[in-house]
Design a protein around this ligand. Structure first.
Ligand SMILES: C[S@@+](CC[C@H](N)C(=O)[O-])C[C@H]1O[C@@H](n2cnc3c(N)ncnc32)[C@H](O)[C@@H]1O
Length: 279
């Protein structure tokens, strides 16, 4: 059965791919921390789940080198097409691509040294299934590393945007931020670590990682959000064009509070979780 978010991500694919320079700068330190946690050596085989437009795939492919191999999978064929183009343009030939739902078994040989997932696991409606599949895809001693959105209170820009968007839609003030498949679905303290332990992972660790957005101004952040398939877009989608513009205008005005002499810095906290499949 096709996961309905595949078409949503197909629609967002071009924008997310275009935003790669912003995403790269935003997530560079967190991606480096992921790579360190995965303990990759040249020659390693890595499964990159929910690979998107391939930004982190590129870092993984370089870390494992020409003798290593990366399998990049994603729900959206379109976004994976952008990843394929990006890796090809970079001359990295050690990556294969496969459309696939992280919650479903792989249609290929498992035995990976590491399974990595950057900002994808929280979108899974059944993250326990995705973690269990990651466990099965690893060889004994292999590492699972996932980066997800952290605590709601540490990500105020998203809360502000959602609040303003819901007001413009005439929806009640707040939805359940921890709803399955949403941005904060794995943000509750301890939740992701529990999922990993329940699947059989050992050495489970879960660490908050500061990932502030540094951009010239609030307008640049709003432009990124509008281009990148954010859940805010879905809330505003039913409005007509002029009503939507008014909502974005108020969102931008509210976010100017994070501007200062050094430009605009939006606070953001992610959660880096890891575990080992026992030998
Ligand atoms: C925010 S993007 C992150 C992409 C990339 N990992 C990055 O960090 O740039 C989220 C990605 O998760 C993918 N995704 C969402 N649900 C998924 C699922 N159940 N299985 C596989 N991929 C999924 C989307 O198609 C999208 O490419």
């Amino acid at each position: 059965m096709t996961n309905p978010s595949a078409s949503a991500w197909d629609r967002a694919a071009e924008g997310w791919s275009r935003s790669t320079p912003i995403v790269h700068a935003w997530l560079q330190p967190s991606t480096a921390a992921m790579l360190a946690e995965a303990r990759l050596a040249p020659g390693a085989r890595v499964l990159d789940l929910a690979a998107g437009a391939g930004d982190q795939t590129m870092d993984i492919a370089r870390a494992v080198g020409p003798s290593g191999e990366v399998l990049a999978t994603d729900l959206s064929p379109r976004i994976l097409g952008f990843a394929r183009e990006r890796l090809l343009a970079a001359g990295l030939a050690n990556v294969r691509f496969a459309v696939g739902d992280a919650e479903q078994p792989l249609a290929t040989t498992a035995g990976f040294n590491a399974v990595m997932c950057r900002l994808g696991l929280m979108f899974c409606t059944n993250p326990a299934a995705a973690v269990a599949q990651a466990f099965d895809a690893l060889r004994p001693g292999g590492r699972f590393v996932a980066l997800v959105f952290g605590e709601v209170a540490k990500n105020p820009c998203i809360t502000i945007m959602m609040k303003v968007a819901r007001k413009h839609r005439g929806l009640p003030g707040s939805a359940d931020p921890y709803a399955a498949g949403g941005l904060f679905s794995l943000a509750e303290p301890g939740r992701l670590a529990e999922l990993l332990k329940a699947s059989g992972f050992a050495d489970v660790e879960s660490t908050p990682v500061a990932a502030p957005f540094s951009l010239p101004d609030a307008a640049a952040y709003v432009a990124f959000v509008r281009d990148s398939g954010s859940p805010i877009m879905e809330v505003l989608a039913p409005l007509d064009e002029s009503a939507r513009q008014l909502a974005w205008q108020e969102i931008e005005e509210s976010l100017r509070a994070f501007g200062g002499d050094e430009g605009w810095v939006g606070p953001n906290e992610l959660l880096l979780a890891s575990g080992t499949r026992p030998a």
